[in-house]
Design a protein around this ligand. Structure first.
Ligand code: ATP
Length: 417
């Protein structure tokens, strides 16, 4: 039996090591065998830091998960019908799952789940490099289960599906395969690549929410643009939606987005990916991916920001207040997405002027100040605040006194009138 005890000790931080030992202690007391599984084992063997801790236990129950949570001073936050448990321990999350067997009634169906052995549990996984488990029980700490030779694939640098029906069973694995290959600098195993091409059309059977989830995970990757580029070359993006075409300007804008300090990269990527879509494609894409309301807003606002600023031929004579009015209701990611398409152009300068400066402009006076100056209650207050904002945006007034003078002048002309 191969053991990776020393590797685990080297790669896991102190806290995770202690937590795994506590989990294993609770398992051992109940006569259960606990394993670290999936990405944690893969990353440990690659010498990479281990992210989330996933533990699988044959026969795990809610009682077991609760016993672990209380031994670690945390709580069970979520519990699925298939005995998977999310534990919250201080600021960390640990996932504990019952070992399970899965089968698929038809391509794209959600799997039918039943309790299983560790072998069953590893056989239901996506790729050999993710289908390894390391025992964490005290008497067998670090013993490796590697029924699909994932360790050899890690050495060779290949992503290999476990069986010929893998992508048919679950075509989200097509997206996952490309994500792992690019992230790790691996190649797709030749036979796996053949299967991937053969089964591309099964992406059609995957729900919008599941595809969206995989896309979100891609957007969060450091090499997201290369992943999307590779997906495009393999015909994956076009299968998700024909309008999801990454031409050279789109890839260029995506690369700029990676280097841009904006935090919500997913929204920004989405804006760029949909920037060039025709209106009907945008609607179809939004429906296909069952976009959340925020994401749907980003897609819609990208089109609006583009047409109201970027594509307007009179853009060169826009005043600052005009730019403000055209963009004030638009989503930030949508505006930035448009700007990234035209980095040195007139439109980009106006879009970034709005983001950096104009959207923060406010009059110094507020409604109460206007009442004190003698403006009557009612719609006049709003109108004057709007006039002040426009004058301030267009740099016609600078000080509080300028604002007061403007209000008094308007009041006077109203009285005169
Ligand atoms: P990452 O480093 O991207 O988080 P991970 O390996 O932890 O990678 P998860 O998506 O969190 O990935 O999934 C955990 C494990 O569950 C994977 O390692 C894999 O074994 C398995 N898995 C996840 N999704 C699938 C899938 N669609 N089909 C089969 N197995 C899957």
């Amino acid at each position: 039996m191969t053991t990776i005890a020393a590797t685990l000790e080297a790669q896991l931080d102190e806290v995770s090591l202690r937590q795994l030992r506590v989990i294993a202690g609770v398992a051992a007391q109940r006569g259960l065998q606990a394993y670290l599984v999936g990405g944690g084992v893969r990353d440990a063997l690659l010498g990479l830091p281990i992210g989330d801790i996933d533990v699988t236990v044959a026969g795990a129950t809610l009682g077991f998960a609760q016993a672990v949570a209380s031994a670690l001073g945390g709580e069970v936050m979520a519990h699925s019908q298939f005995n998977t448990f999310a534990l919250n321990i201080a600021d960390r999350r640990i996932d504990i799952a019952m070992a399970r067997r899965e089968s698929y009634a038809h391509p794209g169906a959600l799997p039918t789940v039943s309790p299983g052995s560790m072998d069953d549990d590893l056989a239901r996984r996506d790729f050999s490099i993710n289908a390894m488990a390391a025992s964490i029980n005290p008497d067998s700490w670090g013993e490796l289960l590697d029924p699909f030779d994932g360790r050899a694939d890690l050495r060779r640098g290949v992503v290999r599906a476990l069986h010929d029906a893998s992508f048919r069973d679950d075509a989200t694995r097509i997206l996952r395969a490309v994500r792992y290959a690019v992230r790790l600098g691996f190649t797709l195993d030749t036979h796996t690549l053949r299967l991937l091409r053969r089964d591309l059309t099964h992406i059609d059977g995957i729900s919008g929410a599941r595809i969206r989830h995989e896309l979100e995970r891609i957007f969060q990757e450091g090499r997201a643009v290369s992943i999307l580029d590779r997906m495009q070359r393999l015909g994956v993006t076009q299968t998700i939606h024909p309008a999801l075409a990454l031409d050279a300007p789109t890839l260029e804008a995506l690369r700029r987005a990676v280097n841009c300090p904006y935090a919500d990269k997913a929204a920004l990527f989405l804006s760029i990916l949909t920037y060039d879509m025709a209106a009907s494609d945008r609607v179809a894409f939004t429906e296909r991916l069952r976009l959340t309301s925020r994401w749907a807003q980003v897609v819609q606002d990208t089109a609006r920001a583009r047409s109201s600023v970027q594509d307007d031929p009179s853009i060169d004579v826009f005043s600052r207040s005009e730019i403000y009015m055209r963009l004030r209701a638009r989503d930030e990611a949508a505006i930035l997405g448009c700007a990234l398409f035209d980095e040195d152009g007139a439109a980009a300068r106006r879009l970034t002027l709005f983001l950096r400066e104009l959207r923060y402009v406010k009059p110094m006076l507020n409604g109460n100040d206007l009442l004190e100056l003698g403006v009557p209650q009612g719609t006049r207050i709003g109108e004057l605040l709007y006039d002040l904002l426009v004058a301030r945006l267009d740099e016609k007034i600078r000080t509080r006194e300028d604002e007061i003078s403007l209000v008094l002048a308007r009041l006077e002309s109203a009285t005169d009138g």
